[in-house]
Structures are given as structure tokens and as C-alpha cells.
Design a protein around this ligand. Structure first.
Ligand SMILES: CC(C)(COP(=O)(O)OP(=O)(O)OC[C@H]1O[C@@H](n2cnc3c(N)ncnc32)[C@H](O)[C@@H]1OP(=O)(O)O)[C@@H](O)C(=O)NCCC(=O)NCCSC(=O)C(=O)O
Length: 405
């Protein structure tokens, strides 16, 4: 299985961004344990949320991801100023950008060359947009008969809702998920935009693209992937759908094992206003927790899975945790399997000794962000390259794709 970039010596070894440039020497692709997608080329049509996230995951693992942007309006600022302005575009890291007006026939030549020489096309417009641009699957197949054409939408390419605008919370609602999160008899809680956009969307799509690339080993053919965020989100809830069917989950918030209904899988406030998350599901870990809290003899904690005891158990836990600061419990429970930890802010997560030990976060252009991952053969993928501003890499892209002007 080879990528369209295999004749290029392209690396995602990051800052400075020049490391992303092909040498043009026609050398062999570099093989790296931590960059399994090295040599594959992805053409990403700029969008929001899940598409860019999917592109980031692919770039993190070594793919050459070219983002097709709209040109920046107004006066061109100098490159340094523009680069600084885009440093916070974490999902753009390690990508290259070309600006093209997709509605201008003059862009067509370059666009077709990029399509012909890429392995994956990634788009997140409303259904019909690519077709109107004459870039739909039927058009692209004529240019590149082995393209993996990956489409990201909230509702999918078909069905009564497919043309409707929407956002994460709308999609995860149709997955049945939004109704499940939050306090009993209060409004559902928005789980940021992580479940639809990034879990059910970007991650699901990246997985499906990797699967399609792997499938090329047996057959190279044109492939259209229709990723619907609501379906990806529902897939994340597969286990819960199973539990519903056997009666171990009810359609009522805050009433189940993993939705805050169980007092031994809940969050408690401490004296200083910090929180701890108690996740002591298994009897042995629960027993360890109760023991270290000095409550082994307390009847209120004696019947872990007896629902009738849960209200009193919750009150007792609340009182204990309110009695001391968060750091007290972190120290008390830090060296045992009590499945209980502080609820960390992003800054605390970045500074935690464990994440520091593993290099879980990196600083790129002064912006703290999750490091590329996962770790392959004990090697973490390279530190990312700086995210591009629109049009930053036009020249480099022309060189890598060997496009004549
Ligand atoms: C997000 C959207 C609702 C935004 O709707 P719209 O602003 O109406 O955008 P559309 O995708 O419908 O259309 C984009 C239009 O821009 C045009 N277009 C795009 N790029 C270019 C360039 N480079 N040059 C010229 N024209 C361009 C394209 O041809 C379309 O034109 P015309 O054809 O002339 O219209 C929709 O894109 C969408 O449903 N996408 C799929 C699902 C999705 O991504 N949802 C948001 C997830 S993020 C999220 O939930 C969150 O962050 O929260």
C-alpha cells in the first residue's frame, strides 16, 4: 500500500515548518514508528470543528495535509503578523495551506492537480455544496479514480434533516445522548462540543479514513465515506444502548451507574471549592476508598450496590468531602486504588507530574496544547508544525505536488 506522496521525502517533523517541505529529490518516503501515515496526502477543504480536527489527527501521524482556504480579505499583513494571529488554530497544526477561490474557474487547474495527486479528500460542507462546485464524488472520481472521498456532516448525506444547518448539541440530541447528561429534573448539560464534533465526528472520520487506507492493500478503488456526527455520537453510546435493553439503564438523567446516579461514581465539592471525582465502581476499589476515608465501620457505606442506601450514602460522602480541601484528599488517596482524583482545570492538567512525565502536552508557538498521539513503539509523534495562515504554503505545495504554474 503506497500513498501518493511516496516519491517525496516529506516529513511531519515539526517546527520549523520548513521541515514539511518536500525535497523534490524523489527520494524514498521516510519510515517512522510514530508517523504511520507518512507518504499519504490529504486535501482538506477548510471548515469548522470536526473536519479540521480529523485533518489534525491525520497530520499528527505524518500525513501531508493540504488545507484549501478562502483567501484572506483586505490588505495582506506581513507574514510574521499573520503567523502569530493563527498560532491558536491548534487544529491547523502541521498542515499546509493554499488559498483558492473555489468558484473561480481560474483555480480549477491547480485544484485538479491537487485532487489527482492526493489520497484523501476531506470536506465538511452541507450536502450539495461540493456538487455545485463540480467537485462532487462523480466529478472527483474522473480526476482521481482511487480517491478516498471523506464527507463530514451532522445528519449525513441523506434523510429528511440532511439539508438543515445544525451544531454539535443538535446532532447529539438525535443520538439520544443530550437527554442523558445532567442533573435529575433540570436541563440537560452541554458536554462542550466534544461528543458530536470531535468524538462522533472527527475521530470517527479519522478512523474510517485509516480503515479505507488499510483496505487499499487488497483493492484500490474510489471510496466515498459518509460520516454523520449524530451516528458517530450514537456509536460512542453503544454500551449504554446495550444496558438499556437489559434494564440496567433507564432513560432518566442522574439515575444510572455512570451518569452521576450512583454516589460512588459522582463528583463532590470540597471545603476550598475544588472538586473530587469518585469513580470507585468495583467493590475492591470502593472498599479501599471507604477504608482510607476511615468509614469501614460506617453502616451507611456497607451496601454499595443497594440503591435504597444511595441517598444516605451520597449525603455522607458529601459531608466528608466538604470537610477538607481538595489537596487533602489528593494526598490521602493518591497512593492507593481508590479511583478518586481531583477535578483538574486545563492548567492543572498541563502541569500535572503525570502528564509532564509522558509529554502529554506540548507548547507550539507559545500555545499549550495536547501533544500528538498515541505513542507508537514507545515513540511519540513529532512536535507539531505551526498552523498555517490561509495561503501561507502556496509555493511549497506547488513544489511538493510538482504543479507547473
Ligand atoms: C456548518 C454549516 C451549517 C455552515 O453552513 P453555511 O455557512 O451555510 O455553509 P455551507 O457548508 O452550506 O456552504 C459553504 C459555502 O461556502 C462556499 N465556499 C467554501 N469554501 C470556499 C472557497 N474557498 N471559495 C469560494 N467559496 C467557498 C461553498 O461553495 C458554499 O457556497 P454555496 O454552495 O454557494 O452555498 C454547514 O457547513 C454544515 O452543515 N456542515 C456540515 C456539518 C458541520 O460541519 N456542522 C458544524 C460542526 S461544528 C459545530 O457544531 C460547532 O462548532 O459547534
Amino acid at each position: 500500500m503506497v500513498g501518493k506522496g511516496d516519491g517525496q521525502n516529506v516529513s511531519n517533523v515539526a517546527v520549523p515548518n520548513d521541515a514539511l517541505i518536500a525535497s523534490g529529490s524523489g527520494g524514498q518516503a521516510m519510515i517512522s514508528n510514530s508517523a504511520p501515515l507518512l507518504g499519504f496526502r490529504v486535501l482538506e477543504f477548510a471548515g469548522i470543528g470536526p473536519g479540521p480536527f480529523c485533518g489534525m489527527l491525520l497530520a499528527d501521524l505524518g500525513a501531508t495535509v493540504v488545507r484549501v482556504d478562502r483567501a484572506i480579505d483586505g490588505d495582506k499583513k506581513d507574514d510574521r503578523e499573520l503567523q502569530e494571529r493563527y498560532l491558536s488554530d491548534v487544529m491547523g497544526r502541521s498542515k499546509l495551506s493554499i488559498d483558492l477561490n473555489l468558484k473561480d474557474p481560474a483555480s480549477r487547474g491547480v485544484l485538479e492537480e491537487l485532487i489527482a495527486k492526493s489520497d484523501v479528500l476531506l470536506e465538511g460542507y452541507r450536502p450539495g455544496v461540493m456538487e455545485r462546485l463540480e467537485l462532487g464524488p462523480l466529478d472527483v472520481e474522473k480526476i482521481n479514480p482511487t480517491m478516498i472521498y471523506a464527507r463530514m456532516t451532522g445528519w449525513g448525506q441523506s434523510g429528511p434533516l440532511s439539508a438543515r444547518a445544525g451544531h454539535d448539541m443538535n446532532y447529539i440530541s438525535l443520538a439520544g445522548i443530550l437527554s442523558m447528561i445532567g442533573p435529575f429534573e433540570a436541563e440537560p448539560v452541554i458536554p462542550l462540543n466534544l461528543v458530536g464534533d470531535f468524538g462522533g465526528g472527527g475521530m470517527f472520520m479519522a478512523f474510517s479514513i485509516a480503515a479505507a487506507l488499510a483496505g487499499r492493500a487488497s483493492e484500490e478503488r474510489f471510496m466515498v465515506i459518509d460520516t454523520a456526527m449524530f451516528e458517530g455520537a450514537a456509536t460512542l453510546a453503544s454500551m449504554i444502548f446495550g444496558m438499556r435493553s437489559n434494564g440496567s439503564w433507564i432513560d432518566e438523567r442522574d439515575s444510572n451507574l455512570l451518569d452521576g446516579g450512583a454516589p460512588f461514581y459522582s463528583i463532590y465539592r470540597c471545603k476550598d471549592g475544588g472538586y473530587v471525582g469518585v469513580g470507585a465502581l468495583e467493590p475492591q476499589f470502593y472498599a479501599t476508598l471507604i477504608d482510607r476515608l476511615g468509614q469501614s465501620e460506617n453502616e451507611l457505606f456497607s451496601k454499595q450496590y443497594d440503591k435504597a442506601t444511595w441517598p444516605a450514602m451520597r449525603s455522607a460522602f458529601s459531608e466528608i468531602f466538604l470537610g477538607q480541601n481538595r489537596s487533602y484528599f489528593e494526598e490521602l488517596l493518591g497512593d492507593i486504588d481508590a479511583c478518586t482524583f481531583g477535578v483538574f482545570t486545563p492548567s492543572e492538567a498541563i502541569d500535572h507530574p503525570h502528564s509532564r512525565f509522558r509529554g502529554s502536552f506540548s507548547e507550539v508557538g507559545g500555545v499549550s496544547q495536547p501533544s500528538p498521539g498515541p505513542i507508537f513503539n514507545a515513540t511519540r509523534p513529532s512536535v507539531p508544525g505551526l498552523p498555517p495562515y490561509p495561503g501561507r504554503d502556496r509555493e511549497k505545495i506547488m513544489e511538493i505536488f510538482q504543479i507547473q504554474r
